[in-house]
Design a protein around this ligand. Structure first.
Ligand code: NDP
Length: 320
């Protein structure tokens, strides 16, 4: 067997494995949660960011179908209200509120509203995100905006929401919708600097400062044009780095939150929805938004939750 044949076989086997897992998950989704697994009720408040379309809209729909009260948020009031109305017309308990994760005032007024109206949040799904590249394009024209939204916006929203997370025996949950493209130790598309990778890998010494400094270094190199030889991930570089930062932030926050006592636990995990046919991918991809929303929604609802600081895809833990 020559090299090309071997490669084809490998690709075909990977495709078969993917298909098999998709079938398994669609079967798993038909199994209802039993009464003792359902730790939530209609009083459980789930907030989803960037939920007017795509994966976020589907996460909102799936959580509401499971019986939670969902606060569907979007930066644009008209489209957000319309999306929530569609779900309410389907009999679901969905409320809209404006939320732009890059706007401090918007985050503050959302948090004040949710505290006043519901007394806090039980589940936060940080789904909002942007990407300006499709296919094999790798422009960094909007790198600053991508990192500001995907990493800084997600971080600021998480920081603002954590004090509002309601204490409960089951623990509050934060899910960060990230991407495999941001893997630290993937075989391809990783940071070339081994020492930096090791620093970002070591959860005990990981700090917000290290993550921010790494992002700032990249952005400085974008400005002076030296980023191409900077040893950054080669595929969708700005987006991959923004998600690498999200993943690192999840691990760091999980470590910090692990000091909370029983009854006040907050679990934070990130996940990759797969390659999903949405506006972000120009409707290319392997799966539907419904399938893409499955792992984030499943992760938010895990019964007997005690997992924190981990990365998931297709309802399984994967490596960072
Ligand atoms: P879409 O582009 O369809 O949806 C993105 C959502 O995020 C939109 O609702 C958008 O709002 C919102 N958004 C963007 N910026 C902000 C902001 N500043 N404040 C609030 N909301 C904002 O993309 P997807 O549904 O595909 O992506 C959802 C998440 O999944 C993202 O985090 C993405 O990175 C991640 N992901 C997607 C993959 C895929 O293959 N599709 C693969 C891996 C990860 P608006 O309509 O106003 O622009």
């Amino acid at each position: 067997m020559d090299v090309t044949e071997k490669r084809m076989n490998k690709k075909e086997r990977a495709k078969e494995r993917r298909e098999k897992r998709r079938e398994e998950i669609s079967l798993l989704r038909t199994i209802p949660y039993s009464d003792h697994q359902r730790w939530w009720s209609a009083k459980t408040i789930a907030v989803v960011t960037g939920a007017n379309r795509g994966i976020g809209f589907e996460i909102a729909r799936q959580l509401a179908l499971h019986g939670l009260t969902v606060i569907l948020t979007a930066r644009d009031i008209a489209v957000g209200e319309e999306a929530a109305r569609v779900l309410r017309e389907g009999g679901l308990k969905v409320v809209f509120h404006q939320l732009d994760i890059v706007d401090h005032e918007s985050i503050d007024s959302f948090c004040a509203w949710v505290k006043e109206k519901y007394g806090g949040i039980d589940v936060l799904i940080n789904n909002a995100g942007i990407s300006y590249n499709t296919g094999s394009d790798n422009s960094v024209e909007f790198a600053e905006k991508v990192i500001k939204t995907n990493y800084v916006g997600t971080k600021n929203m998480t920081k603002a929401a954590i004090p509002l997370m309601r204490p409960s025996a089951e623990g509050a949950r934060v899910v960060l919708v990230s991407s495999r493209l941001g893997r630290l130790n993937g075989r391809r598309n990783r940071i070339g600097d081994v020492a930096l990778r090791q620093q970002l890998q070591d959860v005990e010494s990981l700090s917000e400062d290290l993550i921010d400094t790494t992002m700032n270094k990249f952005l400085e190199q974008v400005k002076d044009g030296s980023w191409i030889s900077g040893g950054w991930p080669q595929n969708n570089t700005d987006y991959s780095l923004s998600k690498l930062a999200v993943n690192a932030y999840a691990r760091l926050t999980a470590r910090i939150l692990s000091e909370k006592p029983e009854g006040e636990r907050i679990y934070i995990n990130c996940c990759c929805p797969g390659w999903v046919k949405t506006a972000m991918t120009g409707w290319a991809g392997l799966t539907s938004p419904e399938e893409g929303a499955d792992t984030p929604a499943w992760l938010a609802l895990l019964p007997n939750q005690s997992i924190s600081g981990k990365f998931f895809a297709e309802r399984r833990e994967i490596n960072f």
